[in-house]
Design a protein around this ligand. Sequence first.
Ligand code: NFE
Ligand code: MG
Length: 569
Amino acid sequence: MTHVVVDPVTRIEGHLRIEAEVDGGAVKEAWSSCTMFRGIELILEGRDPRDAWAFAQRICGVCTTVHAIASIRAVEHAIGAVPPPNARILRNLIIAAQNVQDHVVHFYHLQALDWVDIVSALSADPAKTSSLAQSISDWPLSSARYFAGVRDRVKAFVERGQLGIFANAYWGHSAYRLPPEANLMAVAHYLEALDWQRRFIKIHAILGGKNPHLQSFLVGGMATPVDPDAQASLNMGTIAALRKLVAEGLDFVTRVYIPDVLAIAPFYKDWFAIGAGVTNFMSYGDFPLDDNPQPELYIPAGIIRNQDLAHIEPVDQAKIVEFVTHSWYDYSVGDGEGLNPYKGETHPNYTGPKPPYDRLHTDQKYSWLKSPRYDGVPMQVGPLARMLVAYASGRPARVKELVDKALTQLGAPATALFSTLGRIAARAIESQVLVESMGMYVEALAENMARRDYRIQDTSRWDPGSWPKDCFGAGFHEAPRGSLGHWVHIKDGRIAKYQCVVPSTWNAGPRDAKGQSGPYEAALVGTPVAKPEQPLEILRTVHSFDPCMACGVHVVDATRRELARVRVS
Ligand code: NFE
Ligand code: MG
């Protein structure tokens, strides 16, 4: 038995440590530990709830906007504010843009290098790379000359010993299987995606003044005036700019991202049977399409248990609790019980190892993340959960169409989705579904303008004097990494309690009071590890969840300055 420690896991947001027991070339048991604490829930206590979104949004700069959205929804729920159609539509556009940009960045910049060997790309034949690229897509940047240029650029970096962001990887590892030409094509798209994501997210600059951390959120609506006749408002010029940016986004996802995923996956088909882990899935649903109290959601809500796609249960938030049995917190009710977020507590109490952190005390507390559970069991959240709920619900119809098409092209059964590669494929398919839906929101906004409906905020609840003295609210959102909820208790116009239960907490959390593993821990079991001192395969499965610890814990140890350490004992 070999004990592997990966700390910190890189190409994620925040600080994550994975410990695993490896035996016979595969992971037998794994532990996921978040090694940072932030405490934004505590910072919010005592503040004006109308300001909460601006603080909460700073939980993370990767999934920017998402905590602002969950926060305003929670406060609106508590005080009874109802955003008008224009605000709903703008929010849908903002969160769709966030999801799509985040997914593209995740695939190329945070995940691809687990599958794509940059150093191998240097030996690629540019003419053959061009043929490969042209065989999978009509994307115009595909000539032999173009790929020769990319190869020479990367070669110059390597020869000067300046691998920079590409340093400290496991180049040449036997688990890399792409031919040099596929590696070179992916490297070219890695560089193009850097540029693309910067252009695409201008949608946020237009609608929110900046990215990250848009400035235009407002309890009851949005702080963005809509008026086709005014220069300083969202007007017809804005609509034209949005149409163009959405079209460019659709083009890149359709002609680069999806073809790349479909081209790379066949070399790694065994990963359709690795990394299933927790087989319960949850989606809160998102993208309200009307203004009813229970609106139709473009991405539906639902619970799937034990991979059973024939039965979708509605989500009941009363069934959500968080445990701290293995987390560095204390509960006033003791560590054996879970608390619903309305009653949640954040009392930090670090009892973990002291430097040099050789081993986590995995039989005791070992993470800054709590362990959220639904009806007593762990849930996997994220693009795969959403696509499975949508696939099983039959809506939007586009999900089933795209999933079936991808499975046919890859010659894989539907059960292949329950895997490491399934999470990667689901993220790509979701990007396509969401970027296609964005035009619908732009046109809805244009139609409202044409009808001279410029309403942007419900001001009837702006005055705290109009609020109940004591009220509770919950706001739900599907962030890029999955189901996000904020719970707020407002007393005498101030925040009495604030609790966030975040996607990466659902997925990366430790064991609970019953010893049930969280999704990362469960997914790692069975993951092959060819070389314990270069645990590339562990990274593949962990990265497939797109970890964000900053979100997950919502003060870093200055003694640990190494970029990464892998320890084997
Ligand atoms: Ni910081 Fe986040 C997303 C949220 S976390 S990235 O998506 O909420 O898991
Ligand atoms: Mg929390």
